[in-house]
Ligand binder design. Structure first.
Ligand code: C5P
Length: 237
């Protein structure tokens, strides 16, 4: 597989074309950003840790029947993925209240959410990723009603699989964000699943083991990601 021109560079990952039309290379960089790019830093090892973390989770999800764009690891910071047409929406499931839900609704952080909530956000930096709903997504053509329904179904399926996976490692899956794309007409999980896009709390202490450590200046960001990985059995060396 030959790496060709850079197609797109986001805040933490870059995407490259390959010599095969249907595949792209995803590069996980050490760059870290929060608050719409207002807070940025370079964190040693983060690209490698997130690349391997994502590979592990995507493989578990595929085994459980969730279609994903992940093909294989190709280096410490690169993975081969299917080329998809991304849906410009973010799907968020929450099992425990935290983050923007607490700010928006005034609920206490840590409150259990039963049943878990499902929210949609439009991917639009200039508008700060506003919350939308199925009706708006359909009317503005960001996805069809069927595609959103499938994305929602898959997002909850991911919850069933990962809540148990993390629980077995003594970790609470508080919330997470997923992105989907279309590959040959099918809704497929894309982007990444890493501690950059979810909240993970230690079950016993409720210590934060995710990107909130960066957002809140708690330090030990990559160390926390690696701790989660180690508990899941991921080999980072
Ligand atoms: O900020 P908020 O509480 O809405 O985030 C919910 C979950 O989605 C968190 O795990 C957060 O890390 C993730 N998220 C993300 N990218 C965004 C917005 C939220 O990964 N643009």
């Amino acid at each position: 597989m030959e790496k060709r021109a850079e197609l797109y560079s986001g805040k933490a990952k870059s995407v490259y074309e390959t010599d095969e039309q249907d595949y792209l290379i995803l590069e996980f960089r050490n760059d870290t950003s929060a608050f719409d790019g207002e807070k940025v830093d370079q964190l040693d090892r983060k690209g490698m840790v997130n690349n391997k973390f994502n590979a592990f989770i995507m493989s578990k999800l595929r085994e459980a029947g969730v279609p994903t764009h992940f093909e294989r690891l190709i280096s410490d910071q690169e993975s081969l993925v299917k080329r998809m047409q991304m849906l410009p929406i973010e799907c968020v499931v929450r099992n425990i209240a935290a983050g923007s839900l607490c700010r928006r609704l005034g609920v206490t952080e840590g409150q259990e959410l039963n049943p878990p909530t499902f929210e949609l956000f439009l991917k639009n930096d200039a508008l700060h990723d506003p919350m939308v709903n199925e009706s708006l997504v359909e009317t503005f053509g960001w996805a069809t009603a069927e595609q959103v329904a499938r994305a929602r179904e898959l997002t909850f399926k991911v919850n069933d699989v990962l809540k148990k996976l993390f629980d077995d490692a003594g970790i609470l899956l508080v919330d997470y964000k997923l992105e989907f794309g279309l590959f040959k007409g099918e809704v497929v999980l894309g982007d990444e699943f890493s501690p950059d896009g979810c909240r993970l709390w230690d079950k016993a202490t409720r210590n934060k083991l995710d990107k909130d450590r960066f957002r809140q200046g708690l330090g030990g960001v990559v160390e926390a990601y690696e701790e989660v990985g180690r508990r899941l059995g991921i080999d980072f060396d």
